[in-house]
Design a protein around this ligand. Sequence first.
Ligand SMILES: Cc1cc2nc3c(=O)[nH]c(=O)nc-3n(C[C@H](O)[C@H](O)[C@H](O)COP(=O)(O)O)c2cc1C
Ligand SMILES: O=C(O)C(=O)c1ccccc1
Length: 347
Amino acid sequence: MRTIAELETAARRRLAPAHYDFYAGGAGEEETLRANEEAFRRRVLVPRVLRNVGKRDLAVELAGSPLSMPVLLSPTAFHRLAHPDGELATARAAARAGTVLVVSMAATTAIEDIVAAAREVTDDPALWFQLYLQPDREFTKAVICRAERAGVKALVVTVDSAVFGKRERDHRNGFLDLPPELSVENMRDDTGRVRDIEMPAELTWTDVEWLRTISGLPILLKGILHPSDARLAVEAGVSGLVVSNHGGRQLDSAVSTMDALPAVASAVDGAIPLILDGGVRRGTDVVKALALGASAVGIGRPALWGLAAAGTEGVTEVLEGLREEVDRAFALCGAADPAGLTAELVR
Ligand SMILES: Cc1cc2nc3c(=O)[nH]c(=O)nc-3n(C[C@H](O)[C@H](O)[C@H](O)COP(=O)(O)O)c2cc1C
Ligand SMILES: O=C(O)C(=O)c1ccccc1
C-alpha cells in the first residue's frame, strides 16, 4: 500500500500540469495551504499505556450516517479531470470503505449516477451533497430536490466562499474552466442548460433558516473557523459543522484548521459534531484532530491523488491506508475507540 505522498507523486506524473496545479494549489501566497499540514507536525502525541486496546472500534455516526472510521471524503470539484470514471470511482471507493462521500456541487457526474454506482457496492450508501446557495432560490431549491430524490442523506452548505479565492497557479496556467467535454452536471436547469456556479456573496444566517424550511435533510455548514460563528450555527439548528478553510483555497492567511479547532470545540461544547478538514495526511493527524474535539476528519486532495493514480482502487488505497494508520495510532495511544481520545494526548 502506498502512502498519500507516494500517490501524489503518481498522480502528478499522470495529470496535465495545469490540472495538477488546480488540485494542489491554494490561494495567494499559499500560507494557509502549508499551515494546515504544518499545524499537525507542530503537535505531538503523549500516549497513554496499559489500557487494553485489544478490541478497537473506529466507527462513528454523523448526522444520521454511519461511518466505519472517522474519515470521510470532503467535497472536491471536477473528478473527471483526474480519471475518466470521475465521481463514480470515488463513490464506489467510499461505499466500499463504509464512509461518507460529500459530492461537490461542482461534480462532473450526475448525482443519480453517483448514487447508483455506490448502490452497486452497498444497499444504503451514505452520500451527502455540498452546495453553494445560488442567488436564484428557485433553482437552488430544484437542485436540492433533485439531490434528495436521488437519495443523498445530508446537505453541506459551504459558507467560506463569498467570492472565489484567488488561486494564482490557475491564473498563471490559464486554467479557467473545464474542457468542453466535461460539465457540472448537477447545475442543469429545466431547459437542460448547465448554469455556472455563482459564489454567494450575499448569504446570511437568514438563508440558513430558509434552507431548513425547504429541506428536511440534516444541514451541515462547511467553512466555519470562528467560535462566534460556531455558536450562531448551533443556535441556527444545524446538524454539524466542518471546521475548514477550504484547503487553503479561499482566504489566504486564514488560521489553520487545527489551530482553529480548540476554540470552536469549546464554543460548541458537544452540542453538534465537528468535522475538521485541511492537511490530514496520516493516521496520527486523525488522532490529533479527534483528541482536540473533532468527531471525524475530511480529506480533500488525498482522494484526488488516489483517483488520478488508479481510479477506484487508488481511492481505496488512500482510505484503507488511512484506516490502518488510524487503527495503529489508536492502539499506540491507548484508545480503543474515539471516546478514548482526549485532549491530554496532544501537546
Ligand atoms: C481541487 C479541490 C476542489 C475543491 N472543491 C470544493 C468544492 O467544490 N466545494 C467545497 O465546499 N470545497 C471544495 N474543496 C475544499 C475541500 O472540500 C476541503 O475543504 C479541502 O480540500 C481539505 O483540505 P485537504 O485538501 O488538505 O484535505 C476543494 C478542494 C480542492 C483541493
Ligand atoms: O476548487 C474549489 O475549491 C472549488 O471550490 C470550486 C468550486 C466550484 C467550481 C470549481 C471549483
